[in-house]
Structure formats: structure tokens, C-alpha cells
Write a protein that binds this ligand. Structure first.
Ligand SMILES: Cc1cc2nc3c(=O)[nH]c(=O)nc-3n(C[C@H](O)[C@H](O)[C@H](O)COP(=O)(O)O)c2cc1C
Length: 328
């Protein structure tokens, strides 16, 4: 898949997830097979740009290209300035969020709330595209609510405004995360425009990835929740799509090493205090479904220094590895 000058290593994209897709996690997913990873959303409110949180979000040191940064907001001029600012900070692609139903975003009439105002969508997209000389991409839902699935209209506006790729989550704003994603609207969008379309929503397995690609005709797929605690899902899907062979999850020793490396990166990126807290949710995801995982999480979630968190986590995964070896 090609986005502007960037030819992606493959057509698998890590979805932007606030509080999750920080630089360490994006880089890990890229190392484990994601062709692109979109950053956490950065507000178009310039008052926030100097905050520690926003500065950290703009940190791309050592990140594999292309570096895509998502922005959110409803004012065309402010969005244009946000795009310029992020391009100056090292973003190589600007992604616009019109897909997030979160109250925090929708209340200020941004994210997926914008989808019901097509004229404003056009103004925002044109303002951002003309403000920067790097590719601009867009992420939407299929529409405002199930009786207003205007995704095709929005896709046409996006193409006319110079958007270079469009990710579509197969739910409406009103659907939040309920029900199953539907892929018919994504297929209709693919038929209506010629820019690359990235299908998103509920893709959890290599078979589902292939089904969604075949069913929608999309150019690529985007994966969010199924990559939590399973960043290697991208290589498993890539392998399946290219060979038809279904790989299992890596052995527990490899999972342990990936996870411990991830934790070290988090401590280095956030520092001790925040690093330990951010690491907790990843440790929970990595240990989900593992034997005695619940008891382990009770203990590890109470630890508040990195050395001990690392040690207790290593011990738990070592025990799992030993049990697996004895059973083999
Ligand atoms: C915790 C969380 C945070 C999210 N944050 C964002 C965000 O900042 N921007 C955005 O466009 N979508 C956001 N999303 C939506 C995802 O990018 C994706 O569209 C959605 O999770 C559906 O894909 P999935 O079924 O593969 O998870 C978020 C989703 C989750 C679960």
C-alpha cells in the first residue's frame, strides 16, 4: 500500500488508541510486522502543545518510517495549525480523527460527531491538506447512526479534498463499540473512490483479516484491540495472507522476552513513575488467559517500582515457561 511517497512494508496498520499507541508500543508493533502505526491523538488546542503529555506524544526518536500522527478538532484553522505544528515536530503523515466516539472528543464536536456536518468536514479536510506538504489521511466511522450511514459521501469529500488514504471503522458513531462491525458500507466506500481504503473493526484473527480484505476489496486493514498484549498478531496475519499457513502464537519464552523488552522501553520513555503505571495495563493484557494470570495480576498491579515489577513479571513467565517445557 502506498500513502503519498511512502510505500508501506505491508498493508497492516496498528489503529490509533489513546493511552496505548505510544512510541514504544508503535515501534514494537512495527518490529513485529505492522506496516504502519498511527500515533495517539494530539489535540488541535495549541494551549496543550507545551504540556508534558503532548510533547511526549510528539516524540518519534528512533521510530520506523512513516511516522503518522493523528490530530482531532473541529475548527479548520486550528486543525491546519495543528497539522503544521506536528509536521514541524517530525510527523510524516497527518491523520485526522473523525472516528472516535469518546465523549471527551464528541462533546467539543470533533471525532465522529463531525460526520453529520459534511460541509464542515470538507472545510477541515481542505484546510489541513493545504496547510502541509506531507500526506494527510482520514479515519472515520461508517456514519453518524445506523439510519445515517453517510460514509460514502464523506469518502467522496475526502478524495476531492486531497486525502491520500481513508481508514473506516465498520460501526456508526451511535454504535459506540456495541454489536459486530459491518463491512458492507466499507465495501461500498471502496467502490466509490480510488484512494486507498483501510478496513477496521473487530479483526482478531488471520482468517478474519482475509475475509475482510476479500469482502470489502479494501487495500489494507487496521487492527486495534486484538493487538493489545499480542503485538505479534501482525506477523501472524502477514504470514497467513502471504502463504495461507496459520502460525500459532510464539512460545511463552519468546512472549516473555518481547514483553520484558517492552517494559524496559516504557520505563525509558516515561520514566519510573508513569512507566510503571502504563506498564500495568500491558502486563495485564500479556498475561490474559495464562494459567494463574488473575492471581499474578493481583500482585503485580500493587507494585510501584520498575525493578520489582520487572522481576515479578519475569518470575511469572519463567514459571509458565518451565511448566510448558515439563508438559512438552
Ligand atoms: C482504548 C481505545 C482508544 C482509542 N483511541 C482512538 C483514538 O485516539 N483515535 C481514533 O481514531 N480511534 C481510537 N480508537 C478506535 C480504534 O482506533 C479502532 O477504530 C477501534 O478500536 C476498532 O478497531 P478494533 O476492533 O480493531 O479494536 C480507540 C479504541 C480504543 C479501544
Amino acid at each position: 500500500m502506498q500513502i503519498g511517497p511512502y510505500k508501506l512494508a505491508n498493508n497492516l496498520v496498528l489503529a490509533p488508541m489513546a493511552g496505548i499507541t505510544d512510541r514504544p508500543y508503535r515501534q514494537l508493533c512495527k518490529q513485529l510486522g505492522a506496516g504502519m502505526a498511527v500515533s495517539e491523538m494530539v489535540s488541535s488546542n495549541s494551549l496543550l502543545w507545551g504540556s508534558e503529555k503532548t510533547l511526549r506524544r510528539a516524540n518519534h526518536d528512533g521510530e520506523t518510517e512513516p511516522r503518522s500522527v493523528q490530530i482531532a478538532g473541529a475548527d479548520p484553522q486550528l486543525m491546519a495549525e495543528a497539522a503544521q505544528h506536528n509536521a514541524d515536530q517530525g510527523a510524516q503523515i497527518i491523520d485526522i480523527n473523525m472516528g472516535c466516539p469518546a465523549k471527551k472528543v464528541c462533546n467539543v464536536m470533533a471525532g465522529s460527531a463531525l460526520l453529520q456536518h459534511e460541509a464542515l468536514v470538507k472545510d477541515i479536510l481542505e484546510a489541513v491538506v493545504s496547510a502541509v506538504d506531507i500526506p494527510v489521511t482520514l479515519k472515520i466511522r461508517t456514519g453518524w447512526d445506523p439510519s445515517n450511514r453517510n460514509g460514502v459521501n464523506i469518502a467522496r469529500i475526502a478524495e476531492q479534498s486531497g486525502i491520500q488514504a481513508l481508514a473506516v471503522h465498520g460501526r456508526t458513531r451511535a454504535c459506540a463499540y456495541r454489536g459486530e462491525a459491518e463491512y458492507d458500507t466499507i465495501a461500498a466506500i471502496k467502490q466509490s473512490v480510488s484512494i486507498p481504503i483501510i478496513a477496521n473493526g473487530d479483526i482478531r484473527s488471520p482468517e478474519q483479516a482475509k475475509h475482510v480484505l476479500d469482502y470489502t476489496g479494501a487495500d489494507g486493514i487496521m487492527i486495534g484491540r486484538a493487538a493489545q498484549g499480542r503485538p505479534w498478531i501482525f506477523s501472524i496475519i502477514h504470514h497467513y495472507l502471504t502463504t495461507g499457513e496459520r502460525l500459532e502464537d510464539p512460545p511463552i519464552q519468546i512472549i516473555r522476552d518481547i514483553m520484558l523488552g517492552h517494559l524496559e522501553e516504557l520505563y525509558a520513555f516515561y520514566g519510573e513513575y508513569i512507566g510503571v503505571r502504563v506498564a500495568r495495563k500491558h502486563i495485564s493484557w500479556y498475561s490474559k488467559g495464562q494459567r494463574d494470570g488473575a492471581a499474578f495480576r493481583q500482585i503485580v498491579n500493587r507494585i510501584d517500582n520498575s525493578a520489582q515489577q520487572l522481576q515479578v513479571t519475569r518470575d511469572f513467565f519463567d514459571r509458565l515457561a518451565n511448566t510448558a517445557e515439563i508438559a512438552a
